[in-house]
Structure formats: structure tokens, C-alpha cells
Design a binder for this molecule. Structure first.
Ligand code: OGA
Ligand code: NI
Length: 358
């Protein structure tokens, strides 16, 4: 393997740039003015729905989640049944990983073929504009892809804690998938089945956004929709950063202690046929992005819950009618992911570009 591990140019760790004490960011990280986080857009008084999972019947929860998936593509859950100590421990141990010496982290430097390991960019286009963040990406499911050797060996209990954390989150995903099915008037297991039943995939991406001397000029993660099925995101409890697209506005998500943020990915959106009026008819994968800041670093953990990788996903038959035909051609998540990874984050253009002719 070449010294760049298959990347088109040498990889620079954003953390190293940040710790160098530079007062100006390299031009590679400067976004065009229209993409910069403007102060005005942050003042939207709206917020994504918050759903208390302990306070509702199955049907109430289904209709609350379903409404949130249609209107926002995003919601937060509280009292979700995952122990707060575990949630805090997982976040803390990953923070400790990013604070280990650089040589230790470099042992896991990733390549664009699998993305597994320690990374600092998405997309392989030479000279592309870069985001102000490093990450660690690993596989959780299927078990044939999960490989503890590719997970950090330090801190010593990181692997065990991450195992327990992801197990609990997979369980939560199962419950949410059920509610989302019921909310469409489908059999509770329908969405899960269309994802390949017990053969679903899951990966974890831990994002580390170092302090940035010029946060107004860049983003920690450019606007994108998540390519997978559904995402369970744990954000930093102290530092804001995530913004969700609502029409032409960006809504900043207020962190709630021990809550999870859930959002619909492109694979769920692609299960829907062509509704005349798209808004509020389908579960939407909505664009989001991450702001960075000068005073604090920020850590987030995204669990991506995905369909079985080689299963061609076609729209849910029960939702298709003569005047509501299929909108996307069947494509497997593997094919889709390959397409995305070559291009890096690009708002919603990726899923839109795969529509059939309507
Ligand atoms: C992601 C993502 C948001 C965040 O990893 O896909 O959108 O707050 N992360 O880090
Ligand atoms: Ni995302």
C-alpha cells in the first residue's frame, strides 16, 4: 500500500491542525459563502420533536414517530431504556481514545476501500474541500464483518463498552423500526423484513470535531443525508453543533442529557413509491450538517442501521398503486454506498440522482 493508504493525497489530521495553534484554517477547509454557517440561520425558533418512549402506548408512539419522520425526518427520544451510565461511559471512553497520542491512533489509519478505522475525510476526489473533523468508523453487523482487531485496543475497556453500547442500540432500532411500520399502517415487522430481517447491517462512526479558530468559515461535516437505513446519534451533552434542514432554514438541535437523536436515512426513503405531494407522505431522509466552534471540541457517535448489504431494495409493495408507482429503481445498499463514497457529502443530490424518470 502506498504511503497515503490509498487516499489521493497525504492525510492531515484535523486534530493536529487544531493543536498546532494556528489562527487561520488552511484554504482547503474554507467553504463557499453559501455553505457557511450563518448566524441568522441559527436563530430559528423551531426544534425537532422530542418523544418520551416511556410515556406512551405502542400506537401513540407509532403515530408520534411516524409524524416526526414525515415532517422532519428527525426526532429525539428520551427514556429510551438504554442505561444513562452506559451512554455516558461510551462517550467518555471514545473521547479518551481521541486524546491518546497520535502514534497510537495512526495504527488504525483507514483507507478509502473500507473506511474502517481512523479517518479524516470522505470522498477521494483530489483537491476536494475538506471538513473540520476526524472520525473512527467500525463495523458492528453482520458479525462476519465485525472485527475487534480493527477496533481500538486502547483505552482497555473500549471494545467491551462499545459492544454493550451497540447491542443496546440495535435493540432500540428494532423497537423504532416496529413503530415506524405501524405508523405506515403496515405489519409491525414489515420494515425490518424489507431490510433483510435478522441480516441487517450496522456500523458505528464516532466523530471528533476539534476546536476551530475560524468556525464561521467551515463545517465539521458538510450538508448530507445519511446513506443508510436509520441513524441513532448520541451528541455531545455540552456542545451544540448539529443543524437540520427545515425548508430553507437550518434548525440547531439542542442537546438533551442522555437522549438519542434518530433520523431517517436514504434507504428508508427509497422504500416509498411516488406520492404526488411528497411532503408529509413519506419518511424523509433530511439534510443535516455540523458546525464547529472555537471554544470547545465536540464528540458524537452515530450508529447506522442498514439493510442487508447485497439485498436489492425495492419500494414497499403495499404502498404502490397504479397512480403511485415506484420512484427509485431497486439498488442494494452496497451499490449505493460505493456511489456515495466516491463523491463525499453532497446534500441530498445523491439520493435524488437515482430516481427513475418521473
Ligand atoms: C453523521 C452525522 C452529526 C453530528 O455522522 O452522519 O450527521 O452531530 N453526525 O456529528
Ligand atoms: Ni449524518
Amino acid at each position: 500500500m502506498d504511503s497515503n493508504h490509498g487516499w489521493p493525497e497525504p492525510i492531515i489530521r484535523v486534530q493536529s491542525l487544531s493543536e498546532s495553534g494556528t489562527e487561520t484554517i488552511p484554504t482547503r477547509y474554507i467553504k463557499p459563502p453559501s455553505d457557511r454557517p450563518s448566524i441568522a440561520a441559527n436563530s430559528s425558533p423551531l426544534s425537532i420533536p422530542v418523544i418520551d418512549m416511556s410515556a406512551m402506548s405502542r400506537e401513540e408512539m407509532a403515530s408520534a414517530m411516524s409524524a416526526a419522520c414525515r415532517e422532519w425526518g428527525f426526532f429525539q427520544v428520551v427514556n429510551h431504556g438504554v442505561r444513562p451510565e452506559l451512554v455516558r461511559h461510551a462517550r467518555e471512553i471514545w473521547r479518551r481514545f481521541f486524546h491518546l497520542p497520535m502514534e497510537e491512533k495512526q495504527r488504525y489509519a483507514n483507507s478509502p476501500t473500507t473506511y474502517e478505522g481512523y479517518g479524516s475525510r470522505l470522498g477521494v476526489e483530489k483537491g476536494a474541500c475538506l471538513d473540520w473533523g476526524d472520525y473512527y468508523f467500525l463495523h458492528v453487523l453482520p458479525s462476519s464483518l465485525k472485527n475487534h482487531e480493527k477496533w481500538p485496543a486502547l483505552p482497555p475497556d473500549l471494545r467491551d463498552i462499545t459492544d454493550e453500547y451497540t447491542r443496546e442500540l440495535l435493540n432500540l432500532c428494532g423497537r423504532v423500526m416496529e413503530a415506524m411500520s405501524i405508523g405506515l399502517g403496515l405489519d409491525p415487522t414489515r420494515l425490518q423484513e424489507s431490510f433483510g430481517g435478522a441480516e441487517v447491517g450496522a456500523c458505528l462512526r464516532v466523530n471528533y470535531y476539534p476546536k476551530c479558530p475560524q468556525p464561521d468559515l467551515t463545517l465539521g461535516l458538510s450538508s448530507h443525508s445519511d446513506p443508510g437505513g436509520m441513524t441513532v446519534l448520541l451528541v455531545d451533552d455540552r456542545v451544540r453543533g448539529l443543524q437540520v434542514r427545515k425548508g430553507s432554514d437550518w434548525v440547531t438541535v439542542e442537546p438533551i442529557l442522555d437522549a438519542f437523536i434518530l433520523n431517517v436515512g436514504d434507504q428508508i426513503q427509497s422504500l416509498f413509491p411516488c406520492f404526488q405531494v411528497l411532503s408529509n407522505a413519506i419518511y424523509k431522509s433530511v439534510e443535516h450538517r455540523v458546525m464547529v466552534n472555537a471554544a470547545n471540541e465536540r464528540l458524537s457517535m452515530a450508529l447506522f442501521y442498514n439493510p442487508k448489504a447485497d439485498l436489492p431494495l425495492s419500494p414497499i409493495q403495499e404502498l404502490i398503486t397504479p397512480d403511485r408507482p415506484a420512484l427509485y429503481k431497486p439498488m442494494s445498499f452496497n451499490e449505493y454506498r460505493l456511489y456515495i463514497r466516491q463523491r463525499g457529502p453532497r446534500g441530498k443530490s445523491q439520493v435524488e440522482s437515482l430516481k427513475t424518470s418521473q
